[in-house]
Design a protein around this ligand. Structure first.
Ligand SMILES: [Zn+2]
Length: 256
């Protein structure tokens, strides 16, 4: 049991280590395979024994071994997140096809979230292959039917597309980017029609942030709030806490 916990965390943290490479290189249009890991400042390659997730960061005290420039805190954070997310999915599904199925999705959501926070873009290079992988998973793993995956893609993408149309008519500006729509479609392929619950949660979570943003004047009418992180969080919540969400929802309905 404990060995399993350690192994799953380690696999997630190693995946996180690769996701760091994606987060840094994909927005710059660089290859994620070549060259090998190197310091972005002095370009010195990182030896494999200093490429151990989280531990290397602690051993190096957050600095490059050669030039001593600081390594961002996002690196160990993404590695921790990779391990933590896999454990979270494992707690709900155990070692099963569904675990594998949802693990692919939650790991995909990590670079999407961090790149969106950084650049306010949701990259096609992540969502479009994500949609394909989702369908391949539906075809091969015994976790979701292809019909559900297709329905999820249509309602997930379609819902955000319609919100975008309404937003454009109301505020006379682009309110839902094409990247968000493709992300909604991608999540739908993995979770099926309950993607609508994830998207509703995303709006529910974004609302207080927008409210606080406007009150503190850090958001203006023309500012862009990256919505990808909220959609991703909504998806993780639906995957791992579906039952509790419904229970909470019906309790709220009953008391109102
Ligand atoms: Zn360096």
């Amino acid at each position: 049991m404990d060995l399993q916990v350690g192994l799953i965390f380690a696999v997630g943290a190693m995946a996180g280590s690769f996701l760091n490479v994606c987060i840094y290189r994909l927005p710059r249009g660089e290859s994620v395979v070549r060259p090998r890991s190197h310091c972005p400042k002095c370009r010195k390659p990182v030896p494999f024994w200093l490429n151990i997730p989280i531990i290397s960061f602690i051993l190096l005290r957050g600095r490059c071994r050669s030039c001593r420039s600081a390594i961002g805190f996002t690196y160990p954070l993404v590695e921790l997140l990779g391990g933590g997310l896999l454990l979270l999915v494992w707690t709900s599904y155990g070692l099963s096809w569904t675990f594998l199925h949802y693990s692919i999705l939650v790991l995909l959501l990590v670079p999407i979230t961090f790149i969106d926070l950084d650049t306010k873009l949701i990259l096609n290079v992540l969502t479009l292959p994500g949609i394909v992988v989702g369908f391949l998973a539906a075809l091969t793993l015994d976790s979701i039917s292809v019909v559900d995956a297709l329905a999820g893609m249509l309602v997930g993408g379609g819902f955000l597309w319609m919100i975008g149309l309404v937003g454009k008519a109301l505020f006379k500006k682009e309110s839902m980017g094409g990247g968000d729509i493709k992300l909604g479609a991608m999540i739908g392929v993995f979770v099926g029609p309950k993607v609508l619950v994830a998207l509703s949660l995303a709006f529910f979570l974004a609302f207080p942030v927008i409210l606080v943003g406007f009150t503190l004047k850090s958001l203006r009418r023309d500012s862009v709030l990256p919505f990808g992180p909220f959609i991703s969080l909504g998806a993780v919540l639906v995957i791992c806490f579906e039952e509790s969400i419904y229970r909470l929802y019906f309790q709220l309905l009953a008391t109102s």
